[in-house]
Ligand binder design. Structure first.
Ligand code: MSP
Length: 649
């Protein structure tokens, strides 16, 4: 099989601590790119993972008094939880302690040794543990690591070397003849000057202190963590084990990382390793900038290592918006605020301002006002427009084209700007056309055209923002009455392909972005609870505060109708009543309950769980059930009758 899938990688993160907004940034952008390609109808594959053999990882475990493997196993779970809570849809997660990785590292080491790219020598020099980098005397700045400014340690060991110096000219030639290879352009120039200064061979082993991948045939040594780690990009996708898979993915289309690990590791060492292996180079290596928080460098010791999940939780608690929407606000902010590639500042004030201006005022307003007017004038049904008006059709088509061009060039800020200009044009059109006056004048056709066109803008926006704001776009689709078809829409459907069907019944409006009080004094950014506060060694069940519990909206609901979901033998689709509101939910109980037996039953519903799509069907809440014998689901019902909508507390 030949290459047929867009392949994106993030760096694999050191598991010496939980992820912060900096690590999350790379991963969120990678997720945006992957979703964007899937939205265009292409195959995409996103790889992330953890880099576990670093000395600093073993040291962090030692500090906690834990065996290193136990320590990393605990943190890996934390990483996975954070990515899940950020709605990151990775296709594989590689851990460098997995046999599938270790086997490939061994095979590569042996092959390069055999072909002379690796040789044995004596290393004398400096090593920076925080950066896991070998440094020469001339690299040091005032005796400290040039990258992180911290103290370095002297190392004198018999080591194996990789012949990096042999690749200088080949690397320069490749970089010069492949313009899109290293991005952004100004970072490419840094790489070129780094290589031109002269490349030294790199030591690729350390003495074995009990943690790391041992050198094949030489147990006294472990392989240097960067040589091991870079190989993840190919070991995870079947290099030397699954040719078909490997060939369908390699070369990677986009390898993302921060500027800290761009020049030396990803643009010099990694391409040289690939050259030695006779493999193609990735199409693009992209080194993005670094975030500061409220103007300060992100650092655990400063206590500003902001956790995006926590930011979203706090925002949800303050605003009443769903957690998914608040998380999307974080995703939107990081993609919108700073040009991808350069450094940026995560100021909480700017974040809150963007929430109010871009999300509540622009996007939210367009949806709310058009849906309200649709309720008022057309009973909430999309009218037959008899044509678009106000040039909005052209605006949408042009925006789809422009935003696509920008996304393809990794210019996410500009792509979002273009989409927001379209939203602005929709709002302006409604202001200018004054639908309420058209109604008074009895100009029903014109009124229909105006509302239809404005709603088409909202629909196109929902599709275009879906890679950036997945939960929000699903909620917009629900309110627009196109929830069922939304998952199958593609970028091309923004306009010509699949316009609104007249007669579609819309929902709501249920305002998605409640405005924030910008005068409110914002609390200092809080840290993700530190590992010390939640010891990984203790396998106790986490407790939650009453305050946290009180945020759960658990209600009694009455089942109005129930039916099986086609081609899903475990799922039932239920319509339930909460007294003043009707909901659709999907529940995995079809093996245990006949749909008819549920009608009229009172069930317990977690009502403020963010809407999810299950097999293309929107589920707006979760039925609660106990796990009975043989794992069967046993639904909960109130002991005596209470009205639908009653609170459960
Ligand atoms: N384990 C190595 C990578 C090996 S890849 C084969 C590593 N890990 S790390 O945990 O330190 O992650 C570094 C990456 O986290 C950066 O390259 C960048 O992608 C991200 N960021 C860390 N801090 C950041 C900011 N303050 N701002 C933006 N991104 C940052 O290096």
């Amino acid at each position: 099989m030949s290459k047929n899938t867009y392949y994106i990688t993030t760096p694999i993160y050191y598991v010496n601590d939980v992820p912060h907004i900096g690590n999350a940034y790379t991963t969120i952008i990678a997720d945006v790119v992957s979703r964007y390609h899937k939205l265009k109808g292409e195959r995409a594959f996103l790889l992330t993972g953890t880099d576990e053999h670093a000395i600093k990882v073993a040291q962090a475990a030692g500090d906690k008094g834990l065996p290193t493997k136990e320590f990393v196993d605990g943190l890996v779970e934390k990483f996975k939880q954070v990515w899940a809570s950020l709605d990151v849809q990775y296709d594989d997660f590689i851990r460098t302690t997995e046999p599938r990785h270790i086997n490939v590292v061994h095979a590569i080491f042996s092959r390069l040794l055999e072909q002379g790219d690796i040789y044995k020598g004596e290393y004398q020099g400096w090593y920076c543990v925080p950066c896991e980098t070998f440094l020469a005397e001339s690299d040091l700045v005032e005796g400290k690591c040039p990258e992180c400014g911290r103290a370095v340690e002297w190392v004198q060991e018999e080591n194996y070397y990789f012949k990096l110096s042999a690749y200088s000219d080949k690397l320069l030639d490749y970089i010069e003849s492949h313009p899109g290879f290293l991005q952004p352009e100004f970072r490419k120039n840094e790489v070129v000057s780094f290589i031109k200064q002269g490349l030294r061979d790199v030591s690729i082993t350390r003495d074995n202190k009990g943690w790391g991948i041992t050198v094949p045939g030489d147990e006294s040594k472990v392989i240097y963590v960067w040589f091991d780690a870079l190989i993840n990009y190919i070991s995870a996708i079947g290099y030397l084990s699954d040719d078909e898979k490997f060939n369908s993915l390699w070369p990677a289309d986009l390898q993302l990382m921060g500027k800290d690990i761009f020049v030396r590791f990803h643009c010099t060492f990694w391409p040289a390793m690939l050259m030695a292996l006779g493999l193609e180079q990735p199409k693009t290596l992209f080194g993005h900038g670094f975030w500061t928080i409220n103007g300060e460098k992100i650092s655990k010791s400063k206590g500003n290592a902001i956790s995006p999940a926590k930011l979203a939780d706090d925002l949800a608690a303050e605003s009443g918006a769903s957690r998914g929407v608040c998380l999307d606000a974080v995703r939107y902010f990081v993609a919108r605020e700073v040009t991808f590639g350069v450094d940026g500042d995560f100021s909480i004030a700017s974040f809150r301002n963007r929430f109010n201006s871009d999300l509540a005022n622009d996007l939210g307003n367009l949806l709310n006002r058009t849906l309200s007017m649709l309720n008022k004038y057309f009973d909430g049904r999309i009218p037959d427009p008899k044509g678009f008006s106000g040039g909005l059709k052209e605006t949408i088509a042009q925006t789809a084209k422009t935003a696509e061009e920008y996304c393809d060039k990794f210019e996410f800020t500009r792509a979002l700007e273009a989409i927001w200009q379209m939203i602005g044009a929709g709002n302006k059109f409604v202001n200018d056309m004054k639908p309420w006056e058209l109604e008074k004048q009895g100009k029903t056709d014109e009124l229909a055209g105006v509302l239809y066109s404005a709603l088409e803008v909202a629909r196109a926006a929902a599709i275009m923002i879906s890679p950036f704001m997945p939960a929000t776009s699903v909620e917009i689709a629900r309110q627009l009455g196109i929830a069922d078809e939304f998952a199958s829409l593609t970028w091309a459907d923004t306009i010509a392909g699949n316009p609104f069907k007249p007669g579609t019944k819309t929902q709501g409006p249920d305002p998605i972005f409640p405005r924030l009080d910008t005068k409110k004094k914002v609390e200092a950014v809080k840290l993700e609870p530190k590992p010390e506060e939640t010891p990984l060694s203790e396998k106790t069940e986490e407790t939650i505060s009453y305050d946290y519990f009180s945020k759960l909206k658990i209600r009694i609901a009455e089942v109005i109708s129930a039916e099986r979901v086609e081609k899903a033998d475990k799922l039932l689709k239920l319509q339930v009543s909460l007294g003043d509101e009707q909901r659709q939910i999907v529940a995995g109980i079809a093996q245990y309950y006949e749909p008819e037996s549920l009608v009229g039953k009172k069930i317990v519903l977690l009502a403020n769980l963010e809407p999810a799509k299950i097999r293309g069907i929107v589920s707006n809440g979760m039925l609660l059930a106990a796990t009975g014998e043989d794992d069967r689901a046993v639904i909960l019902t109130p002991e005596s009758d209470v009205p639908a909508g009653s609170k459960v507390r």
